[in-house]
Design a protein. Structure first.
Length: 204
């Protein structure tokens, strides 16, 4: 596999009130062009930290206000938005616009952190189909984070399960989702209400 994205031995530590929190510990993973890699894990396991690290938006690494203003400007939004509280922007609409904007730039990799979670079922289906079509046409890779294993199973080629900042297991749907070996994998799958049995593997 020729890696589009290659992460080797990534450790991320936050400092909060003088206390260090290790959010990611020795993470290594690859994403190939046109591939969807799902990152699964309990709340606080480090999924968003991984997404931010890949996007170069971790606190301290982004040198956080000038870059944010530049990013907002690139998507033709006022830099004033950076100072807005989250409740001052419509949630669902914001996500849809964000996805549309991401797609418009024709990137080689899109990091989607709970990108469809706030959408109602029919809109979610439309957005997922759009993402799948776009991936086929443009060979865009996705790093896809979602709490919804049914959604993840339908969109991802490979899966990584994070547990307290470490990779507990990784592989395809048949191994990681259908027959997880780690305690956390078993717990996550057991907690999912009903899984859509269709996967990317079945289609190929
Ligand atoms: N800005 C921050 N400052 C300090 N600690 C942080 C910060 N962001 C995250 N953390 C801590 O890092 C760990 C991983 O958090 P992260 O947000 O990456 O988890 P997550 O898997 O995305 O969780 P969720 O599913 O709830 O979104 C947690 O212990 C969290 O409290
Ligand atoms: Mg998160």
């Amino acid at each position: 596999m020729t890696a589009l994205l290659s992460i080797h031995d990534l450790t991320v530590t936050y400092r909060r009130d003088g206390v260090e929190v290790t959010a990611l510990k020795n993470i290594s993973l690859d994403v190939a062009a046109g591939e969807s890699l799902a990152v699964i894990g309990e709340s606080g396991s480090g999924k968003s930290t991984l997404a931010l690290a890949i996007a170069g938006l971790l606190p301290g690494s982004a040198r956080i206000e000038g870059r944010i203003a530049a990013l907002l400007q690139r998507v033709e939004l006022s830099a004033d938005l950076a100072g807005r509280a989250i409740h001052e922007i419509s949630g669902g609409q914001r996500q849809r616009v964000a996805i549309a904007r991401a797609i418009a730039t024709k990137p080689s990799l899109i990091v989607l952190d709970e990108a469809v979670s706030a959408l109602d079922v029919s809109v979610r289906g439309q957005i997922l189909q759009l993402l799948l079509d776009l991936q086929r046409e443009e060979r865009i890779a996705y790093l896809f984070i979602s709490h919804d294993l049914g959604v993840i199973r339908a969109i991802a080629h490979r899966f990584v399960i994070l547990d307290a900042g470490r990779i507990a297991e990784s592989g395809n749907a048949r191994t990681v989702i259908d027959a997880p070996r780690s305690a956390i994998g078993k717990a996550l799958v057991a907690a999912a209400p009903r899984l859509n049995r269709t996967s990317r593997q079945d289609a190929s």
